[in-house]
Design a protein around this ligand. Structure first.
Ligand SMILES: *Cc1c(COP(=O)(O)O)cnc(C)c1O
Length: 386
């Protein structure tokens, strides 16, 4: 295969560690569904599935039927796949046939699910998503009675796997008054389901932030993306965790799964007062040595890193100089001796004693960690390492 301009390494032990960390918070009665939407937050669906299954994950959640198809291709027989977002009517037969689980948040979908299931003689495996105040998807409160009737009437063709909702920003303290109301609403609705003897297999509400910051709302299952990849959902969640656990060491908690590497493409000397790259954003303040890297913003390295980011070469920090181009960028290697074409360059991750964190990307750009990783091009090769 022709070599790509960068590569991503995924640490199996880091993923296992993160999942065990979450399990230790959640206890033995809460299951973890691993969220692998957006190409597993940019990590790569196929390798993350393999790694997740190895860590004992039995259910993977995606945002769309299209992503579900990719999961199906790579998942083992017993693995359950859950579509939390878009599933078109035209794909409903395929979904039921493939025994996919999917969110239902309106009455039409509920009726259609019954019809399709009846036709092909297999039950539709549904998670009823209810509105609790997030005002995104979610079955409207006034449709609840009708939904319950439909589920009861369609009992032979429906498998009510879950009743669930989604919290609107458990990541930030500022939103916690909203979250508290949602939790109240969810508990009220749960009671109604329990009373009607329509109990689902599981109730689920929390994603990474709530699972860590308020594990009392974890119920039977949590849907975990961010934290499983070793990314803290937010500084607030990290603080909350420290306050609760009394723990002050970050190193025992979440570990980054991803490393991203490339290599030096070209090395040259630039005379004092010359400009580097396009335009005039960087002028050499002395004679400098620079390295050119074979990737740019088209390959996932954000333009926001222009004149701000760092890479690691020979275990030392080299500042990005000039603007990040579409397919190239430059770094100052004046203080790093003997840099050669082909030397390893770390964009994210560890090299000798130094490391570049994901956080360093989101501090420069206004983007959240998740926005940055989920945009990493699918074309970058991913390999699983220990
Ligand atoms: C993305 C998503 C999650 C996972 O959220 P994280 O914060 O990444 O853990 C959970 N539930 C739903 C409905 C989602 O869309």
């Amino acid at each position: 295969m022709v070599r790509h301009s960068s590569r991503i390494e995924l640490s199996q032990s880091a993923m296992r560690h993160n999942i065990n960390f979450l399990r230790s918070i959640l206890g033995p009665h809460t299951d973890i569904a691993l969220v692998v939407k957006a190409n597993a937050y940019g990590h790569g669906i196929a390798p993350i599935l393999k790694m997740g299954e190895k860590s004992g994950i039995g259910r993977f959640a995606v945002a769309s039927s299209h992503e579900a198809a990719e999961v199906l291709e790579n998942a083992s027989e017993r693995t359950r796949v859950l579509i939390m977002g878009i599933l078109y009517d035209e794909d409903l037969t395929w979904a039921v046939e493939s025994e996919l689980e999917f969110y239902v948040f309106d009455l039409q979908r509920l009726e259609k699910a019954v019809t399709v299931a009846q036709k092909i003689g297999k039950p539709a495996r549904i998670h009823l998503e209810i509105e609790t105040g997030g005002n995104r998807t979610g079955l409207a409160f006034e449709d609840l009675d009708r939904a319950v009737k439909l589920i009861k009437a369609g009992k032979k063709h429906l498998h009510l796997v879950g009743v669930c909702s989604h919290l609107a920003g458990a990541e930030t303290f500022a939103a916690h008054f909203r979250i508290a109301r949602q939790v109240e609403a969810f508990n009220r609705l749960k009671k109604r389901f329990d009373q009607r003897k329509l109990a689902p297999e599981m109730y689920h509400l929390a994603s990474s932030a709530a699972s860590i910051a308020m594990p009392e709302v974890a119920f039977d299952m949590v849907r975990i993306g961010t934290a499983a990849y070793g990314i803290w959902p937010s500084p607030d969640v990290y603080n909350q965790y420290l306050l609760r656990s009394g723990q002050r060491e970050l190193s025992h908690t979440l570990t980054r799964v991803m490393s991203w590497k490339t290599d030096v493409m070209h090395v040259k000397t630039v005379k004092k007062d010359e400009f580097i790259g396009y335009g005039t954003s960087f002028q050499a303040y002395r004679d400098m040595r620079i390295a050119v890297m074979p990737l740019g913003y088209a390959n996932g390295y954000p333009r926001e890193m222009s004149n701000r980011g760092h890479v690691l070469i020979h275990g030392r920090k080299a500042p990005v100089v000039g603007s990040v181009n579409m397919n190239m960028f430059m770094a100052d290697i004046s203080s790093i001796p003997d840099v050669q074409i082909g030397d390893e360059v770390v964009l994210i991750g560890r090299q000798k004693r130094n490391s570049i964190s994901l956080r360093s990307f989101s501090e420069f750009s206004s983007a959240l960690n998740n926005e940055f990783v989920s945009r990493l091009p699918a074309a970058i090769p991913r390999t699983i390492v220990r």
